[in-house]
Design a protein around this ligand. Structure first.
Ligand SMILES: Nc1ncnc2c1ncn2[C@@H]1O[C@H](COP(=O)(O)OP(=O)(O)OP(=O)(O)O)[C@@H](O)[C@H]1O
Ligand SMILES: [Mg+2]
Length: 329
């Protein structure tokens, strides 16, 4: 069963201009953060979005749980079209859709005891009274490994380490027993030695609640550890999607290959490395045709003229490239 389906989703942010710039040009400019992406997340599965900084991952995550309003496209959650749903309609769904943010330092209220932070959603959603919520929060503290729970309940965020704070953020998201979560780089700001334990904790809840997860990361090695499917994003577009195994074993898009070339643990010795030229382009004025073409070592003239569509190459493997690197491992 499909938990979440996104079609041709777009979000453009207007560029803020200075007074002088406004005098010089009246033309409005937009950052094309998410520029027509489609994907499906099946029940109980982990779908990862991978790509460089600024490619639109967080914006996508915020759009699908409707913390951000889309400009175009469609978002269907559990068979309900929520693309332009009003806050009142979204309210009952908010319980089922949660988000875990990248920065555990910024996402918790610094003045609230962590136990109350975890209990709060139960009260806000009218699910429990104060006493019941406290009991549930204590159980949840145990569940996320912050024990003795009574002691942790009373602490403030600044008394915790980054890893512990992220456990609190996960507890707060999980107390509502959601069906779907967006995990936005949940381990990127955590000490490397603690990452695996945080990922394991997320996976424990996945099994417990049969969660579907949109997992956001810039790190293919992390995505590989926990995903069923991986989608690679570049400048607001999805350029390749496949099952994790298929994408790592048989990458076809030069951009995916370049990402893989930079991860030693995923790099196969017989593979040819793909090195891109220059830096990620400007999302205000993205390159014509294929957005990767100025950086791509395989680009030909068609690449600057025509935008490649996401095409199936069998085995549920989709690639948007005029010259996919077929059968080259
Ligand atoms: N609220 C906003 N207003 C204006 N521009 C925004 C806003 N949010 C994001 N952007 C821009 O949209 C683009 C995509 O940003 P987004 O945060 O989605 O990228 P990301 O892939 O999550 O990057 P990172 O890996 O650095 O977290 C960027 O160019 C960013 O500057
Ligand atoms: Mg981000």
């Amino acid at each position: 069963m499909v938990e979440l389906e996104v079609s041709s989703l777009k979000k453009y942010f207007p560029v803020q201009k200075s007074f002088i710039e406004r005098l010089l040009t009246r033309k409005k400019q937009f950052i094309r953060a998410v520029d027509g992406i489609s994907f499906k997340i099946f029940n109980g599965q982990v779908f990862s979005l991978v790509g460089e900084s600024g490619c639109g991952k967080t914006t996508t995550g915020r759009l699908v749980v409707r913390l951000e309003k889309p400009d175009e496209g469609k978002i269907v959650f559990e068979d309900k079209d929520i693309t332009f749903a009003k806050e009142k309609e979204l309210r009952p769904l908010r319980r089922k859709m949660q988000i875990i943010f990248q920065d555990p330092y910024a996402s918790l209220n610094p003045r609230m005891r962590i136990g109350d932070t975890i209990a709060e959603p139960l009260i806000v959603h009218g699910i429990a009274d104060k006493k019941e919520a406290k009991e549930e929060a204590l159980k949840m503290l145990e569940n996320v490994g912050l024990t003795p729970a009574h002691m942790f309940y009373k602490l403030l965020p600044h008394q915790l380490s980054g890893g512990q704070r992220q456990r609190v953020a996960i507890a707060r998201a999980m107390i509502l027993k959601p069906k779907f979560i967006v995990a936005d780089e949940p381990v990127s700001m955590i000490d490397v030695s603690l990452r695996t334990s945080i990922l394991k904790l997320i996976m424990k809840f996945k099994t417990l609640y049969n969660l579907s997860i949109l997992f956001i990361t810039h790190d293919l090695a992390v995505a590989r550890l926990i995903s069923d499917t991986i989608a690679v994003m570049y400048l607001g577009k999805i350029v390749e999607v496949a099952s994790t195994e298929e994408l790592i074993d048989n990458p076809m898009h030069p951009y995916t290959k370049a990402l893989l070339s930079s991860v030693p643990s995923l790099f196969r010795r017989k593979r040819e490395k793909v090195i891109l030229k220059g830096e990620i382009a400007n999302p205000i004025n993205p390159p014509s045709g294929c957005r990767l073409h100025p950086r791509c070592p395989f680009a030909k003239s068609i690449c600057s003229q025509e935008e490649p569509k996401l095409i199936s190459y069998g085995n549920n493997h989709y690639v948007a490239c005029h010259f996919p690197l077929l059968g080259k491992g």
